[in-house]
Design a protein around this ligand. Structure first.
Ligand code: HEC
Length: 373
């Protein structure tokens, strides 16, 4: 048995020497032939979240003007922004005056016609641009490209927004059977980590030019304390759809038919909910969620045998708990710092991106964070 194998090894070695001219290990060409262009590890500040002022403070690259122009049908967004902020005060589930008062003030300083406003003059800053390729298996395409912003107004703050854009899959993100693996997009994000500063800024500009389009826009989200308490909403145009994966804790804690319905649902789906792998039906989700500052958040009251942490496992998928676990209501601040929670999440996302680039099948992530809080 040994002889033929040996003969084969010798034969292959001879072939290699014959075709590759000896294979000098110090010859850079030979190294290149082995691994032409290894994919670098994903560095946080290039491949996961951008806070470089050369990018996020340049209104020609990204800012309220660029983003609202992509979001709005009219390609400008001033009117939509005014209608949107005024809408905070007329929604039946919650009426908040702060954003409306900000628009009133802007009408006074910039003129009564929002279609004529230079949106980059408004008191908002970009806090970060976020790579959410981790959402690909849940949401489709290759996940999302997100831009977060914060009000810099002395009164109408804290007022944070985030704009969610689909990151579409490209030709090299799909295998021969039509399955989307996003390996092309994963590699492109990682390769940003090998650029020098100037090249990175240009790459980021091109990336955002291509990514922040009307077709790619999905939704906006807000979290604000323009009046107490803190409040979270999602925005589909001027409507607030039921908050994604967020249970209506206050309503579900009250005895009644909705609670009974929910307890039945939780018992029937306990294992999947504990694994954060079950969609929460819209009837259990509120259009807005509130948590007062400085007091303990009301926790979901739910006991299911064999699942001692089920209430937390459900609530961490929703806005209020995920924004108050090792976080002071927000994950990105106007100082461009991150909550401890987001800090850990970024490490988990970097690890996932590196695994993808090493060819590991990373599978479908749970709803909510990658980390287990
Ligand atoms: C998995 C935990 C988690 C859940 C659940 C969650 N968020 Fe966030 N949120 C984050 C993180 C982390 C960021 C930073 C950007 C990112 O990673 O996409 C963020 C950013 C934001 C921002 C920008 C301001 C900030 O805090 O940085 C808003 C606004 C926001 N989220 C609203 C919402 C709303 C509304 C919901 C509920 C539908 C929600 N979030 C659910 C973790 C979460």
């Amino acid at each position: 048995m040994i002889r033929p194998v040996r003969a084969l090894v010798v034969c292959v070695a001879a072939l290699l020497i014959a075709c590759c001219g000896g294979g000098d290990p110090l010859d850079p060409d030979v190294d290149a032939a082995v691994d032409p262009d290894p994919i670098p590890a994903a560095g946080r500040e290039r491949s996961l979240v951008w806070i470089d002022p050369a990018v996020v403070d340049d209104a020609s690259i990204v800012g309220l003007g660029v983003v609202m122009a992509a979001v709005a049908d009219d390609g400008h967004g001033g009117q939509l922004l005014a209608d949107w902020f005024e809408r905070f005060s007329t929604t039946a589930h919650s009426e908040r005056l702060g954003p409306l008062l900000l628009i009133d003030e802007l009408r006074g300083t910039l003129g009564n016609d929002p279609t004529a406003w230079d949106l980059d003059e408004l008191p908002f800053m970009v806090t970060a641009v976020h790579n959410r390729i981790d959402l690909a298996p849940r949401g489709g395409g290759c996940g999302e490209l997100r831009v977060s912003m914060a009000s810099t107004h002395p009164i109408y703050a804290p007022l944070h927004l985030i704009f969610l854009f689909r990151q579409p899959s490209a030709a090299d993100d799909t295998d021969g059977d039509g399955n989307t693996h996003c390996l092309g997009t994963a590699e492109r994000w990682a390769r940003l980590s090998e650029l020098d500063d100037g090249a990175f800024v240009e790459a980021a500009r091109n990336w955002l030019d291509a990514g922040l389009t009307h077709d790619n826009f999905l939704l906006a989200e807000s979290v604000e304390l323009t009046v107490s308490p803190w409040e979270w909403r999602q925005w589909d145009g001027l409507d607030n759809p039921p908050l994604f994966q967020t249970v209506d804790t206050a309503a579900l804690n009250r005895a009644g038919t909705l609670r009974d319905d929910f307890v039945g649902f939780a018992e029937a789906n306990a294992a999947g909910l504990a694994a954060r792998d079950v969609a929460i039906p819209p009837r259990f989700r509120p259009a807005s969620a509130r948590v007062p500052p400085g007091v303990e958040r009301e926790a979901l009251d739910l006991q299911v045998d064999g699942f001692p942490k089920l209430a937390e496992q459900i609530e961490i998928m929703g806005c209020p708990m995920c924004h108050t676990t090792d976080a002071e209501f927000v994950h990105t601040t106007p100082q461009r710092t991150f909550s401890d929670f987001y800090d850990r999440e970024l490490d988990a996302r970097a690890e996932r991106l590196d695994l993808m680039n090493e060819g590991v099948d990373v599978g479908v992530p749970p709803f909510g964070p990658l980390q287990t809080p």
